[in-house]
Design a protein around this ligand. Structure first.
Ligand code: GLU
Length: 485
């Protein structure tokens, strides 16, 4: 038998930014496609017009591109089974909905929203499962024709069989079964002519020859309806794999309240795409041994759906930070320069000029002290502007009444230096301390405070080397003027 080509899809709805859960779904689909030399499809599921967000599709494509998950077929790129945007496929869904009506597997429903509301409330009050009461299933063909002719708004509902058990197999959840009694006569085509998710999803997965459906667990309850649709159309059901939920550290469902959930936010903070991808890959999957650091290429080799667990995966930001740092270790300053530049271009320093050489030195000094690149601006703003204030605890500890005099001597020494490097600053500081008969520490702490305003940071001589003689002298003079005991 010729084995069929693997085709998977990522099918987001353009309702806002790409969520980290969405990125995980995209990543697993991508890894599975690439390791099987299959096809990775991007399909935009935009049939819920009320949730449509302007610019969301562009943002999505842009974000996927940023993380490096290139799709093979989809919007803009096209492909043999397009269009890949559901709102451009309305005629197709209408045709299939109509086919089901003609075959008696679906029916027109003209109930008003008021009637449906009332019916639901009554059922709920009785404590019953609020499903449609099939009022319109009893309409005669002539009544239906009459209503259609008078242009009454309608939906098309699927006819769910009574008292049947619907069974399916999921690669991750294994055997699942559910009674059809728990399934509503699902609307397939809405009164605005748009399909619901269920119809569009099944029709497209079939027409786009999708072989494996890999998506979040929140879609598991929809599967029985889909299984029925596959049966009604007499189509083969793709292999199903529902990925475990993403959880907050307190085990509640991952939510905005406990941190950033948009991939965009992590990009803006300056996480490396490699770090983010590596971390996301481990949310539900593990390699079966102790290894934790993977490149995208390595993930393509190692990933397997069989090793995706079914229990919820905790989104632990400390882990992300650690993994990101491991990827920072693997990069040169030059490689990381564009990230720092992008962050600066969105910061309050955007109009200032810093040379590449300067920024590379800043990265070198800070790379072991950050988890993401915005951390450079947070932890060492003094590389981009002189300190506006000085740490009072550090002043109390290290700034004495005599400090201005000592620093005055130091300025004299520094002024004599010609194009000083790190060691030259160090030697000059040592000479000054010696001449004053002081321990070096007394001066070192005061200089750190003067140039950075802070008590912590990279080695003092690295800071001096980066800032340069003129700036260092200017800042020490300023501190002498500004720090009052
Ligand atoms: N449009 C759905 C979403 O927004 C896709 C679910 C699926 O993959 O079937 O996640």
């Amino acid at each position: 038998m010729i084995s069929e080509q693997i085709r998977v899809r990522f099918a987001p709805s353009p309702t806002g930014f790409l969520h980290v859960g969405g990125l995980r779904t995209a990543l697993y689909n991508y890894l599975f496609a690439r390791q099987n030399h299959g096809v990775f499809i991007l399909r935009i599921e935009d049939t819920d017009r009320s949730r449509y967000v302007e610019g969301a599709v562009e943002n999505l494509i842009n974000t996927l591109q940023w993380v490096g998950l290139d799709y093979d077929e989809g919007p803009i790129k096209g492909g043999a089974y397009g269009p890949y945007v559901q709102s451009e496929r309305l005629e197709i869904y209408r045709k299939y909905a109509k086919q089901l009506v003609d075959e008696g597997k679906a029916y027109y429903c003209f109930c008003t929203s008021d009637r449906l509301e009332q019916m639901r409330t009554e059922l709920e009050q009785k404590g019953e499962f609020a499903k449609y009461d099939r009022f319109c299933l009893k309409l005669s063909p002539s009544e239906i024709e009459q209503k259609l002719k008078s242009n009454l708004p309608y939906v098309i509902r699927m006819k769910v069989p009574d008292n049947t058990t619907i069974k399916f197999y999921d690669l991750i959840r294994k055997d699942v079964e559910i009674s059809s009694e728990l399934i509503d006569d699902q609307v397939l085509l809405k009164s605005d002519g748009y399909p619901t998710y269920h119809l569009a999803n099944v029709v497209d997965d079939h027409l786009m020859k999708v072989t494996h459906v890999i998506r979040g667990e929140e879609w598991l309850p929809s599967v029985p309806k889909h299984i029925l649709l596959y049966q009604y159309f007499n189509w083969e059901v793709p292999v199903l794999a529902h990925l475990p939920l993403l959880l907050n550290p307190d085990k509640s469902k991952l939510s905005k309240r406990q941190g950033d959930v948009a991939v965009e936010d992590y990009r803006a903070k300056g996480y490396l795409r490699e770090g983010l991808i590596n971390f996301i890959a481990l949310l539900g999957w593990n390699p079966g041994d102790e290894r934790e650091i993977f490149t995208l290429e390595e993930l393509i080799k190692e990933f397997s759906l069989e090793r995706v667990g079914k229990s919820g995966a905790v989104f632990n930001i400390d882990k992300l930070n650690w993994i990101n740092l491991q990827h920072i270790h693997r990069k040169t300053e030059k490689e990381m320069l564009p990230i720092l530049k992008e962050i600066l271009s969105r910061s309050k320093y955007k109009d200032l000029f810093f040379s590449d050489d300067y920024l590379e030195k800043v990265i070198h000094a800070m790379r072991e002290r950050i988890n993401y690149f915005a951390g450079i601006l947070e932890k060492s703003p003094y590389f981009f502007e002189p300190p506006k204030e000085y740490d009072s605890v550090y002043i109390a500890k290290h700034w004495k009444a005599e400090t201005p005099d000592w620093l005055g001597k130091l300025i004299e020494e520094f002024s004599k230096l010609n194009n000083p490097k790190k060691e030259d600053f160090e030697n000059a500081l040592n000479r000054t301390a010696e001449a004053l008969g002081l321990g070096r520490g007394k001066i070192i702490h005061a200089v750190r405070l003067a140039v950075s305003g802070m008590g912590e940071g990279p080695g003092l001589y690295d800071i001096l080397d980066i800032l340069g003689k003129e700036e260092v002298i200017k800042r020490i003079q300023q501190a002498i003027k500004n720090i009052k005991l």
